[in-house]
Design a protein around this ligand. Sequence first.
Ligand code: FA5
Ligand code: MG
Length: 460
Amino acid sequence: KTPFRRYSKTAPKIRINGVEYETHPEFTNISGTIHNLCDRSLHLKPSHPIGIIRKLIEDKLNSTGNAYSIYNDFKPVVTVEENFDSLGFPSDHPGRSKSDTYYVNDKHLFRTHTSAHEKECFQNINAPGIVSDSGAQTSKPGFLISADVYRRDEIDRTHYPVFHQMEGAHIWSRSKEMAKEGQEPAHIQKLRTELQTIEKQLQGESMKIEVEDDTSLAGNPKQDYMSDVEVELCSQHLKRSIELVVAQVFNKKVESMGGVTKDCVLPVRWIKAYFPWTAPSWEIEVFWQGEWLELCGCGLVREQVLLNAGYEPSSTIGWAFGIGLDRVAMLLFEIPDIRLFWTHDDRFHSQFKEGKISKFKPYSKYPGTMRDVAFWLPDDQTCDVIHENDLMEIVREMAGDLVESVKIIDDFTHPKTKKRSLCYRINYQSMDRNLTNDEVNAIQENVRNELVDKYKVTLR
Ligand code: FA5
Ligand code: MG
């Protein structure tokens, strides 16, 4: 059983990954569960599905010219500045709220995405003294960052408070010298050559990608400092790079199913999106087994992000993307429940091999047990309002990985008293063993007590 650590709002200090942080009476909302998960580094395990996918993507992207430095060891606690401010998040962005984000204190939080490390990695590209693999005094123009990310969220088979992302970025310095008569500037020529290499590689893949691309910039404007040709080439470079990854990964999947990808066509589509730190922006979706799956968000890096990292105005253009690794891994390895990634059970881990995509064979299906909890919300305005994610957090804290899902089944306001009642259905189910009734009852009792203690609800 995972030890149960609790942070009372009065505990003055918390130690995370060897660093001591002051707590904050209003901000600190991290739980023992999260603390226990923050040094597992699943993405670094070579024969864990998350680690396998991570490595496949890194190798594929570096096969087009070895342009990416790899960062896989960033610790999860970052500053509010790194996670939000440096990327231009407005001060009222919902992602900043305590109901969505795990705060260590008012200045530190568990990163909600790998974009939190963009600024530092952009700074490293420009930092003097960084020696590349070839010994040159410049570092690579791109980077890949893989890490665990944290979000307070609902509980079901595809949501877990910790998941994994890979960030990618690539920049080009604008040439200082004027281009020769009749020639394009050096960085444009470079982009064209690199793009050709990627396109050629894409054509060589046995899995064909059928692209539906929303190239119109209506409602998805370019930045003024970039020229039309820069936007065009940079977006193509970004999109073809990601398509190359998709072609490779899904090719491996089809092969592992005993199929042949020779005449296989995989539909993908680019949909315009919005991120505060990229413009224009897109999301890519892949059509797999009858459904569109959202893979990743991306776009051309906003100049402000580069300026925040110390770049000279108008000196640099580039792109960035962020891929969620867990859902892709679930789909490719046919893993039915996201909790399985976190199990210590060898019946899970012994099934996977470095570099291979294989189908997960469930070792056993243990039955679930349902329990409902119903309560009246307090009408006393002086106590904390309970957010659905707060309830999820309580269940998570009491049940750990023994909870499969939590669903609202009733939300009712009394017509006369105007009192509001909620009912949630909790499904307790272990991936590794049978649960006893006593055990489930004890957890359920803890959940009920905690709801009363923390949020002053009236149980029904
Ligand atoms: C981001 O997190 C951006 N940082 C991505 C980005 C990077 C955009 C760089 C532009 C430039 P988003 O919140 O949509 O965006 O998450 C990115 C991906 O992570 C999603 O496409 C999805 O694959 C995955 N993801 C998001 N939420 C979850 C979740 N709760 N569980 C599992 N995967 C998730
Ligand atoms: Mg999204």
